[in-house]
Design a protein around this ligand. Structure first.
Ligand SMILES: Nc1ncnc2c1ncn2[C@@H]1O[C@H](COP(=O)(O)OP(=O)(O)OP(=O)(O)O)[C@@H](O)[C@H]1O
Ligand SMILES: [Mg+2]
Length: 377
């Protein structure tokens, strides 16, 4: 556990106001790319979280421009299961930063280290939420590239279902070379990720498709269900070699209670070739949701709102004219009707998704020119 008072006392940003807008109050933690702070938006008088990129990343012009492009894409990604990014900027000494909603809760990493393996319905419930956010990103042309339990935050308030938020969309490609968990493989400031959660193609520095994120989601689900990652090793090279060549152990051999259909979905996501996996997070999530519904597992991935006809069918009118609904009858009817391919999803999913932003990250070759053109500089 980090001693926050010590960190704050020595931290160059705590107590400062950035861009005359954000007063930095406390350091929350540090990752491979920078430090995260709790701050206050002064004019709105509202708490925010600010991630300030490491100085050495901020000094690299290409990295800084890429960061701005990606931050812009992240600002447009609006989804109830993705952390919302509201602003980005630069400190007086040139350190770039992004401003996000301040979240409360525990990272999935913390949950797993205490509670794994997690019971199937709970694991799926969290994964349905996380993959919905990733699906929205894919639709907007964003590949996360660094999905892992420490980038998933779970807020659990009393008597309420857990709410999952995925962090760090679009900034994973700025991971520095010397992060102990991350490894630069192609060229400086190029993507990486975290070896235990990285797809085989990511190790080769290949152009990635959304199926790379599907692989990482598969690793996370595997770990939630079994308490262990499919491949581990002493060095990134050893882990990479296993991701590329070894078949994963059957999750059901580790935890027998995992339903066969759920295991099939996990192993499908862990196929070595991107073309053999679900093409994107939406496809992966669809399979998971169908299986979950078929198995009758409780989940809180979306609010399925019954229409008025279903309510009438399941209800009786009281003498005062009020409709009294028999919830178990309503559930029965919905279970029967969900046998069709069409599952009516109302609420978060369709409403929260913004139209695709067609914001694909540019290629490295003529990168600087393209970025400058886009930014108009
Ligand atoms: N929006 C936020 N609200 C509250 N806490 C946050 C927020 N974003 C990040 N954090 C916390 O700040 C800490 C540091 O996050 P950071 O993303 O820098 O590190 P990481 O996820 O461990 O590593 P990486 O750099 O690989 O993403 C984490 O404990 C994370 O939970
Ligand atoms: Mg992170």
């Amino acid at each position: 556990m980090t001693d926050l008072s010590t960190l704050s006392a020595t931290d160059p940003f705590v107590g400062r106001t950035l861009d005359e807008k954000y007063c930095v109050e406390e350091r929350l933690g540090e990752g491979g790319m920078g430090a995260v702070y709790r701050a206050r938006h002064l004019s709105m008088d509202r708490p925010v979280a600010i991630k300030v990129l490491h100085q050495r990343l901020s000094e690299d012009e290409v990295a800084r421009l890429r960061f701005q492009i990606e931050a812009r894409a992240a600002v447009h990604l609006r989804h109830s299961n993705a952390v919302s990014v509201t602003d980005f900027g630069q400190t007086s000494e040139g350190c770039v930063y992004i401003v996000m909603e301040l979240l409360e809760g525990r990272t999935l990493r913390e949950i797993l280290s205490r509670e794994a393996p997690i019971e199937t319905a709970r694991a799926i419930s969290m994964m349905l939420q996380a993959s919905d956010a990733v699906a929205a990103a894919h639709e907007a042309g964003i590949i996360h590239r660094d999905l892992k339990p420490s980038n998933i935050l779970v807020t659990q308030s009393a008597d309420q279902p857990a709410v999952v938020k995925v962090l760090d969309f679009g900034i994973a490609k700025f991971a520095p070379d010397d992060d102990e968990e991350a490894t630069t493989l192609a060229h400086t400031n190029s993507v990486i990720g975290t070896p235990r959660y990285m797809s085989p193609e990511q190790y080769n520095g290949n152009e990635l498709t959304p199926a790379a994120d599907v692989y990482s989601l598969g690793v996370i689900l595997y770990e939630m269900l079994t308490g262990m990652v499919p491949f581990s090793g002493a060095t990134p090279a050893e882990i990479a070699q296993k991701h590329a060549n070894n078949p994963p152990h059957s999750p059901r051999e580790i935890v027998a209670a995992i339903p066969e259909d759920v295991e099939r979905i996990v192993l499908h996501a862990l196929e070595k070739q991107p073309a053999d996996r679900p093409a994107n997070a939406a496809e992966f999530r669809r399979d998971l949701l169908e299986t979950t519904e078929r198995l009758g597992l409780e989940h809180h991935a979306f609010k399925s709102v019954p229409d008025i006809e279903a309510l009438r069918d399941a209800g009786v009118e009281s003498p005062s004219g009020r409709l009294v609904v028999d919830i178990s009858r309503l559930r029965e009817k919905r279970a029967l009707s969900s046998g069709s391919n069409e599952i009516k999803v109302l609420g978060a999913t369709p409403v929260e998704k913004t139209p695709p932003q067609a914001h694909k990250p540019p290629q490295a070759s003529s990168f600087l020119d393209k970025v400058k053109r886009i930014l108009g500089i």
